[in-house]
Design a protein around this ligand. Structure first.
Ligand code: ADP
Length: 429
């Protein structure tokens, strides 16, 4: 169970990475494809314009010799500008009439600025704006053309809206690409959502399992004790009576503290921690926390040493929360041990006007790569079932919240197999 969390986040990362790569690949392919379609449409447009001009040469007399290849007369200055060599200057009316028809015949449905250049006058003999039937640009008829220098007469065609026209022709391609992309992104988002949902479900299952385990043992012990106590001859055995009532009292205290901790975590979850600051002496709070853990310390046969600060280390803090913080850290120091626990707790003045409380143990230690994660809710270091220590993975999360609420800091330093030190820095106020 412990290993699952690591595995799950690794799988999630891999899925997201793979999904992102696939999306990037598809976007690249789509862009490449759209570029190809654009080039194709552009080519088609030029061909249609050349065909229209060829038709115009048949309709209007512009060349001295018939039968000369019209294509050779056409010069494409740029994608939107065509210069067509003519041998004479044709009539405006006939150009206007026939060119319009040719464009319609060859499906050139975008407006065109037409100019007829006279080499003799070194200027346009005339120019006009040829509007297509369904032109979306009614107001642009006044644009005037600048001639290019050629030593012959020519017909000048400029299509001001060519790019838009081509893009418009491609609109179904573009819409298709966008739709596909949206579908892909949607798919990815729902995948992540589903995966997260499953992840949360599993977290919940882990939590319920831990919870059950944590409460089952004390309850079972209490059940046995009470069974002993209801035996009729118990009155005659006051030593047994005392022993088993003590067991029940201890287990109840343990359960109570567990419930309190769960409740305070749940409360800190829903709202900002409400801190009730009052002057408190860190030496005393730490000693108080150790006293509360005395039964556990004895059960583990642990050596706990408290090194107090000589000057009275008084700060403004929430006493109850602060004690819970120390209890959590010392309890972890007792829990995650591989030998007889030796724990040193020290209160001392620290840099930048702070007090430091450090809790040092000789336990299993924490690998550096988990230093950040141990404060996450429900996180427990995966140990592959090497040890069987119960917990909810909530303790350090709570500790961090309390320390943050006091504008303090918590740092961990650990050597796996040797031990761990948690150091809490709280500002002197
Ligand atoms: P838990 O209820 O699991 O103890 P915590 O939030 O208190 O939850 O701690 C998170 C994890 O950090 C623990 O599961 C444990 O793997 C690791 N850890 C915390 N304190 C220590 C320590 N003193 N020594 C080794 N590991 C620790």
């Amino acid at each position: 169970m412990r290993n699952l969390q690591g595995m799950r986040s690794a799988t999630l990362k891999r899925i997201i990475l793979l999904g992102t790569l696939v999306i990037i690949l598809i976007i690249t392919l789509q862009l490449y494809w759209l570029k190809r379609v654009y080039a194709l449409e552009e080519h088609q447009f030029s061909t249609a314009v050349v065909k229209s001009i060829r038709g115009l040469f048949e309709d209007v007399e512009m060349a001295e010799e018939n039968g000369e290849d019209v294509k050779k007369k056409v010069e494409r200055v740029d994608n939107s500008t065509f210069v067509i060599r003519t041998d004479l200057v044709p009539q405006k009316d006939s150009i206007q009439y026939y060119l319009g028809h040719e464009f319609e015949d060859f499906d050139v449905w975008t407006d065109c600025l037409v100019g007829v250049y006279s080499h003799r006058d070194k200027a346009f003999a005339y120019q006009f704006y040829l509007q297509t039937a369904a032109s979306p640009y009614p107001g642009t008829a006044s644009t005037s053309l600048k001639p290019v220098m050629r030593d012959h007469d020519y017909l000048f065609l400029f299509f001001p809206h060519r790019s838009n026209y081509i893009l418009n022709e491609m609109k179904f391609w573009i819409l298709g690409a966008v739709a596909l992309l949206l579908v892909l992104v949607g798919l990815m988002v729902s995948l992540i959502y589903l995966y997260r949902q499953r992840f949360l479900n599993e977290l919940q299952t882990d939590f319920v399992n831990n919870f059950t385990h944590e409460f089952k043992t004390p309850l079972a012990v209490m059940k046995i004790a009470s069974e002993v106590m209801v035996q009729p001859d118990i009155i005659t055995r006051p030593d047994r009576l005392k022993k088993y009532s003590n067991v029940i009292a201890e287990q109840t205290a343990h359960l109570q503290s567990q419930v309190e901790r769960l409740l305070s975590t749940a409360k800190s979850e829903n709202s900002e921690l409400s801190i009730q600051s009052e002057p408190c002496n860190l030496n005393e709070e730490v000693a108080g926390a150790i006293e509360k853990l005395e039964p556990l310390i004895q059960a583990r046969e642990a050596i706990v040493q408290l090194v107090r600060d000589e000057n009275e280390p008084v700060i403004l803090a929430d006493k109850a929360h602060l004690q819970l913080v120390i209890i959590n850290l010392v309890e972890n120091a007792l829990k995650y041990s591989i030998r007889k626990p030796e724990i040193v707790i020290q209160v001392q003045a620290a840099e930048n006007n702070h007090y430091a409380i450090s809790i040092r143990d000789n336990g299993i230690g924490i690998d550096e790569k988990y230093y950040k994660k141990i404060y996450h809710k429900f996180f427990r270091v995966p140990t592959g079932n090497v040890h069987h220590v119960n917990g909810f993975g909530l303790g350090l999360n709570f500790v961090k919240k309390v320390v943050d609420a006091h504008e303090g800091k918590i740092v961990v330093h650990s050597v796996p197999g040797i031990g761990t030190e948690f150091r809490i820095l709280l500002p002197k106020k």
